[in-house]
Design a protein around this ligand. Structure first.
Ligand code: ZN
Length: 197
């Protein structure tokens, strides 16, 4: 539909005026609605959906929840997102041919994969710094349950509050929760140590 195209053109125009800068979704919606109102005398509907569609079409990078960015270099070079065989080899060598989470390697019977630390759909590129070696299990865990990181950070925060409050029962509770993360090697890159009191 023509109207839809216009909204999406307005969204893209605003992003193109601020290249390589993460923009809050609300700021974009306000500007687009203002332009649209001036042109047609009515407010457009679902502008935010237009932003999401542009992201799905690969024209905008999602930086965070509600935060999008237009990067002409990124759009022009989608190939930069994929690791080359040489890069994969270099990352494997750097990581000692082991999963950086559990430390297992092919000798232990696990398959190794090269993962984008910052995911591709969030603007992560294929650079050595953004690559890491993961076993299939930890790669899937990261892809499917990326939010476990948020969970662990939340529990660490709760734990700190309990320590501050000197709340023995909750200190014990959060300690045990965090020990479960350690036991299953989930999100081991987020460090947590019991406070000595
Ligand atoms: Zn692993």
């Amino acid at each position: 539909m023509e109207t839809k195209l216009t909204i999406s053109a307005l969204i893209l125009e605003y992003f193109q005026q601020h290249p390589k800068r993460p923009l809050q979704h609300g700021e974009v919606v306000d500007w687009v609605e203002e332009q649209y109102l001036q042109a047609y005398g009515k407010k457009p509907r679902d502008t935010w959906r237009g932003i999401r569609q542009l992201h799905q079409q690969g024209k905008l990078i999602k930086v965070d929840k509600g935060l999008y960015m237009y990067d002409p270099d990124h759009i022009a070079n989608p190939i930069l997102e994929e690791f080359t065989p040489d890069q994969k080899q270099a990352i494997l060598e750097r990581d000692g041919y082991r999963c950086v989470v559990c430390g297992l390697g092919e000798a232990d019977g696990v398959d190794l994969q090269i993962d984008h630390i910052r995911p591709k759909d969030k603007g992560g590129l294929a650079t050595l710094e953004n690559g890491q070696t993961l076993c299939t299990k930890h790669n899937l865990l990261k892809k499917n349950y990326g939010q476990t990181e948020t969970g662990k950070r939340l529990f660490i925060n709760f734990y700190r509050i309990a320590v501050d409050e000197d709340d023995e029962e909750m200190i014990q509770f959060f300690t045990e929760v965090l020990q479960v993360y350690d036991k299953h090697s989930v999100d081991t890159h987020i460090e947590w140590k019991p406070v000595t009191r």
